[in-house]
Design a protein around this ligand. Structure first.
Ligand SMILES: [Mn+2]
Length: 402
């Protein structure tokens, strides 16, 4: 009888996702390259699973994006999983790779497209109800899971009542849903579904040895009162959006009867998204600007293979713009997008109320101070600088927009 089980867990790969509508402003070529890279990560993760001789692969959902997933990508995933045979791969489809009769989780769909069926070592939980199976090589280990069958927000508290299952020395749950106490950066992201919500208390009361969680995109773990890890989100396998800045992992772990005995977070993707703010106040030349920004990026740990979102703020001499050094910066990194929030270094405090300019500054600052609406404040602030450009220099360019 086993007393431990070694596994590799990853989820939320979102294969073939569009990567459009992002502040990272990918070009079509970069989007295509990034999609290909992310597909390759599944094969890389499977190689890791073999190298580390795991006894199971756990994928708690959002392996792909249903609207855009291609047959070609699915074919590669099927090959990667088949190469793990006899190591079982357990999949609990999430809201983005929901399991429907017309999805790629259907062997009929695969057959109709002339593709191989799901490999026999892959166990997909295909129903919205919880199902429990036994590990093919270790029958004393049960694995419980369910599927999303469409991409909708599920309000039901699926973990509030005990999930019926046979008793076993070791039990694993694969679950895709929203841990309500999660505080990661993607928690309140626009468009992020709150779905199949559950609390720490509800999950722990189920009494599983360990739960592999999917849906949120940053690593998070749930510990019991003894401090043992009883559940973990690995987060997405690779960053695609600004809300996914920072490192991402697959989780190599070993489960005992009451939680994880050991775990290692393994970085599979070679790229990291960096969300970096730099203040350029005091810089007076283009080369000074480049050095200030590159210094800040190095400090942040950004390397040539990384993806950078750069927020530049502060006061610059009028006529000096971060966009002037953009090409130089972009050459240093795989991808770099710039958000310019700098303003000209007008001395607002020296406003002389006897001049039109001075009265304009005073009146605009009074209005800025009086509003509590951040959007109105941003608008008034932009109006202040456009007005000063006009009054002081006689020319206005639309440069203070987001
Ligand atoms: Mn999801």
């Amino acid at each position: 009888m086993v007393t431990t089980l070694r596994f590799l867990q990853f989820s939320d790969v979102h294969l073939d996702s569009r990567l459009t509508g992002s502040q990272l402003a990918w070009s079509p070529e970069k989007r295509e390259q990034r999609r290909r890279e992310i597909t390759e990560l599944v094969g890389k993760a499977c190689r890791l699973a073999r190298e580390h001789k795991v006894e199971a692969l756990f994928i708690p959902g959002d392996l792909w994006d249903d609207e855009t997933i291609s047959a070609e990508t699915v074919a590669r995933v099927l090959e990667a999983f088949a190469s793990l045979d006899p190591i079982p791969v357990f999949i609990a489809p999430g809201n983005h790779d929901f399991c429907s009769p017309t999805s790629f989780y259907s062997d009929e769909v695969l057959r109709a497209r002339g593709m191989r069926p799901w490999p026999k070592n892959v166990i997909v939980f295909r129903t919205a109800e919880f199902t429990t199976v036994r590990h093919p090589a270790h029958p004393e280990v049960t694995v419980t899971g369910r599927a999303f069958v469409r991409n909708v927000s599920l309000e039901e508290r699926l973990l509030s009542a005990p999930i019926p299952r046979p008793s076993a020395p070791m039990s694993v749950l694969l679950f895709h849903g929203s841990w309500i106490e999660y505080t990661g950066r993607d928690r309140f992201e626009e468009g992020k579904l709150l779905t199949a919500p559950f609390s720490r208390a509800e999950l722990l009361a189920q009494g599983f040895s360990y739960a592999a969680l999917g849906h949120y995109h940053h690593y998070a773990e749930i510990t019991d009162d003894q401090g043992r890890v009883r559940a973990a989100y690995t987060g997405c396998l690779a960053g695609r959006y600004l809300s996914e800045a920072g490192p991402h992992y697959a989780l190599l772990g070993e489960i005992g009867e009451h939680g994880l005995l050991a775990m290692e977070k393994i970085r599979v993707d070679e790229r990291t998204i960096h969300d970096v703010e730099v203040d350029v106040t005091g810089v007076e030349t283009e080369s000074g600007l480049r050095e200030r920004i590159l210094g800040r990026l190095r400090e942040h740990g950004a390397t040539a293979s990384d993806i950078v979102f750069l927020r530049v703020q502060g006061r610059l001499p009028r006529g000096l713009r971060p966009a002037f050094v953009l090409d130089d910066l972009q050459r240093e990194y795989f991808h770099l997008a710039l958000a310019d929030r700098t303003r000209p270094a007008y001395d607002l405090d020296a406003a002389d109320p006897r001049t039109v300019q001075g009265r304009f500054i005073q009146e605009m600052r009074r209005r800025i101070a009086a509003t509590s609406d951040p959007r109105e404040r941003a608008l008034l602030e932009r109006a202040l600088y456009y007005g000063l450009d006009a009054l002081v220099h006689g020319t206005v360019e639309p440069i203070y927009e987001e």
